[in-house]
Write a protein that binds this ligand. Structure first.
Ligand code: 4NP
Length: 161
């Protein structure tokens, strides 16, 4: 492990939920002066949208809250298991797909659900907004903003360790 903590968000297409998570966390880290110490990236478990910018509906919803989403979609690569310290899946299907790529459970301790960072919530999934209406994108952003504090705290612990 280098001196920077590295966190990767993973969803299905890497054009809605995980790019938004990346954008929200980057802004929170910058506000706390931690952006130079922590690398944030995102990836998808499928490749239909590789190379694309985030979904325009998500870009617009995020921009209204002050987040600039500028990633390009890529597929999760097995080398990401070594590259990243913390890998956060948006839903249980994403987590299952990641575990399938790690049959020996070598990287199990790095894997989390985004909802693990929502204190007091019994939710397990960040709902996929792709086929729904505009409220779905707002809901995703609400969840990501609520989770960001706990993610920053976990990463900051790692930075000072
Ligand atoms: P994401 O949303 O996993 O949050 O990026 C989706 C994007 C595209 C598709 C499904 C979900 N798709 O089926 O193309």
């Amino acid at each position: 492990m280098g001196d920077k903590q590295k966190v990767l968000f993973v969803c299905l297409g890497n054009i809605c939920r995980s790019p938004a998570a990346e954008g929200v966390l980057k802004k929170k880290l910058a506000e706390k002066g931690l952006d130079g110490r922590i690398v944030v990236d995102s990836a998808g478990t499928m490749g239909y949208h590789v190379g694309e910018a985030p979904d325009q509906r998500m870009r617009a919803a995020a921009a209204r809250r002050g987040y600039d989403l500028c990633s390009r979609a890529r597929v999760f690569a097995p080398s990401d298991f070594d590259e990243f310290d913390l890998i956060i899946a948006m839903d249980q299907n994403n987590l299952r797909d990641l575990r399938d790529l790690d049959p020996g459970s070598r990287y199990r301790r790095k894997l989390r659900l985004l909802c693990d960072f929502l204190p007091g919530s019994r939710l397990r999934d960040v709902p996929d907004p792709y086929y729904g209406g505009p409220e779905g994108f707002e809901r995703v952003l609400d969840m990501l903003e609520r989770a960001a504090e706990g993610i920053v705290a976990q990463l900051a612990d790692g930075v000072s360790a």
